[in-house]
Design a protein around this ligand. Sequence first.
Ligand SMILES: [Zn+2]
Length: 325
Amino acid sequence: MGHIKTRRKFSSILNKLGVAPPVFKSNSNRIVAIDYHYFSRTRVNLEDLEVALSVLDKQLKIISTQCNAQETLYALNMLKKEEHNSDRPCVIISIDDADQTVSEAVPYFVKYRIPLILFVPVGLCLGIGQLDGLRSKCFSLYHESNNISKSLPEFANKNIFFEKIMSLNYTNLKSLYYELMNLPRDISVILQRNLLSLSKIQSLNENPLITISSHSMSHCVMADLPESWMNWEIYQSNKYIKELNGNTEIFAYPYGYKKSYNELTKSLLKKNGVKYAFSTSSRVLTPSTQNYNLGRISMLNFMDKSYVMGTAGGAFEYWDRILGR
Ligand SMILES: [Zn+2]
């Protein structure tokens, strides 16, 4: 991640030039969605995904005094109606993946009265003690395997694999799970993390500042999935989100880069009643932004005001556009 320090400079410079925070633009009808993943009490190991809690404290302090941090669904609905007015840069904040360190970050959001939305990979949070949790884990293991057609040729076809997983009882699925565990694979970051349990997520959701929404079941790249499997990721995760009193109108694509979702994903989201979906492309949100292409800007582990305000002002839109992302 040699880009990290350059990104910091980029954001700060644009901020100082007055390009990033809308000095020349009105703050109305313009929202920057900021995204976090993991938090750390001490040293940050994953530079692009982790923020130290002490840094988070400073960032949220800056945001609470300089920006207008709003509740996600409210802000998006107002933006779409072109009734979004703000005298300060408007931000909405999300945290992806429901990592256990989120519990330690929440008190800082409470301290500054900043609303946040948690995007939950429901199946991975269920754990393998439950059938849907075990299914989700099998799906993510399959997704990580680097040569399934060689190691398990009978499952080279994703539709066949999906049907098989859905048809097995718990005991038989557990045997297949161990088989998948032993395949050569590239382990993704999320499978190395300890995620919050659904009961813990439910208790977090009792806080009026917090909204919970779906980040799929198994955190696979949506565009790689056949229709029935993709639909299950959306439908089933929202079934749980509804039971937890979360918001089923908002969704965040796992990974969220440009090619991680496609037209089929968008149409299935629509069919399942989802109104808005977030990617991870750095784009400022305006009334003309498509509902299923909502960009977000990830906040890195820096706490200087020019970096934070550059990010909150949407500096990375220029960064991603330059890199064609
Ligand atoms: Zn994620």
